[in-house]
Design a protein around this ligand. Structure first.
Ligand code: FES
Length: 166
């Protein structure tokens, strides 16, 4: 098993300024909570919303901390746990399944040398199994940092995708 160390992100002055900027860009609008959390997550190298950031957002918006955690745990594009620089989200829903998503998952696992749920030692890649993210017309597809990579029906395409991220 290969799992990278997961340093804890604390609320530095720099991170506070970035979160303030995100809140400002969303006009402190609590109905934009999902977009706010995605943007905050993008500011953090480990691709997650740390506890300190969640508490800070709850202080700044009229939103309960429990609602923030509901979002963090409900939406597969968000995480409250540190992840790799590139979390590779493998779709496990029906359309990708019938388009041989199992072979796509096997190829990623073999090339990266990790299982689903693990992170490479260099902290670059995590493999995650997630439900449909709406790219069924491009099945079999994966999502990486919000971007869709579809029609991954050959090992060569998967190798090229990984090579372009390294
Ligand atoms: S079933 Fe895979 S993206 Fe929809």
């Amino acid at each position: 098993m290969q799992t990278a160390p997961t340093p804890t992100v604390t609320l530095t002055k720099e991170l506070t300024a970035k979160i303030d900027q995100v809140l400002k860009s969303h006009k402190q609008d609590p109905t934009q909570l999902l977009g706010i959390l995605l943007d905050v997550q993008d500011c953090i190298e480990q691709n997650y919303v740390p506890e300190a950031a969640a508490f800070y957002i709850a202080e700044k918006l009229p939103v309960k901390l429990s609602v923030i955690y509901d979002c963090l745990t409900f939406y597969s594009s968000l995480s409250d746990q540190p992840r790799a620089k590139y979390p590779i989200q493998l779709c496990n829903s029906i359309v990708c399944h019938v388009n041989d998503a199992a072979s796509v998952a096997a190829a990623f696992q073999e090339i990266l040398g990790i299982e689903i749920g693990e992170t490479t030692y260099d902290g670059k890649f995590t493999l995650e199994s997630v439900p449909c993210f709406g790219a069924c017309d491009q099945a079999p597809a994966v999502r990486i940092k919000g971007k869709i990579y579809g029609h991954l029906n050959t090992r060569e395409k998967i190798q090229q995708l990984i090579a372009q991220l390294i």
